[in-house]
Ligand binder design. Structure first.
Ligand SMILES: [Zn+2]
Length: 209
């Protein structure tokens, strides 16, 4: 049984993460969603659908089980429930899932350009697969994400956005931020004609840190 103060803390953190990414333009008014696993239960809290992200409050969050049933909450859960639950079922180490609509990394993903080791963050992220498009909210999208998540920290969804997973909400949020920072660095150095990638030795050394 999860203590009430823990529930409050978790719900507040979901709102903080959603609004922080909204302010940075990575989650849009309607696009993007955030969830967090409830410790010891096959359930999570997830952002609602149809609520303007800027106005999100802890009371609007929806508790769902991993079959997608609403357990608690007044609003409809995000349409992306299928892929959030799919990730939790496949990855017991994951306690938070963040889906955002990062514009710059999506541009890279659409062009088929993978993340290159251009900075320390890129080295710590490991491989980030680019997955094919499927309609939002569908079982097909959940299947593609589930089949590709492996041990990855993030995926780029072609023509749609990104999914990042973490041991907690801050972890998953920082991956979403890092993805955009890395792609901005790549874009800038590409404009100047040289990606300036790290040497394989430095890359491996940073990865081990
Ligand atoms: Zn989306």
């Amino acid at each position: 049984m999860v203590h009430l103060s823990e529930v409050r803390k978790l719900k507040k953190q979901i709102v903080m993460v959603t609004q922080s990414l909204y302010q940075r333009g990575l989650i849009t008014a309607w696009g993007g969603n955030v969830s967090a696993r409830i410790e010891g239960e096959d359930k999570c809290w997830i952002t609602p659908s149809g609520v303007f992200k800027r106005d999100l409050k802890p009371a609007y969050l929806v508790k769902i089980d991993f079959e997608g049933n609403v357990v608690e909450g007044l609003y409809k859960p995000s349409i992306e429930v299928p892929f959030h639950t799919e990730v939790y079922k496949r990855r017991p180490d994951v306690n938070a899932v963040v889906h955002a609509h990062n514009p710059i990394i999506m541009g890279l993903g659409n062009a088929g350009v993978k993340i290159k080791p251009v900075n320390i963050e890129a080295a710590t992220l490991g491989e980030v697969p680019i997955i094919p498009f499927a309609l939002p909210g569908t079982k097909k999208l959940a299947q593609i994400i589930g089949d590709n998540i492996g041990n990855h920290k993030a995926m780029i969804m072609k023509n749609h956005g990104v999914v990042a997973v973490g041991k907690n909400l801050i972890d998953a949020m920082s991956i979403v931020n890092n993805l955009e920072n890395i792609s901005l660095t790549m874009l800038t150095s590409h404009l100047f004609g040289n990606l300036g990638e790290m040497s394989p030795e430095d890359f491996e050394a940073v990865k081990k840190m």
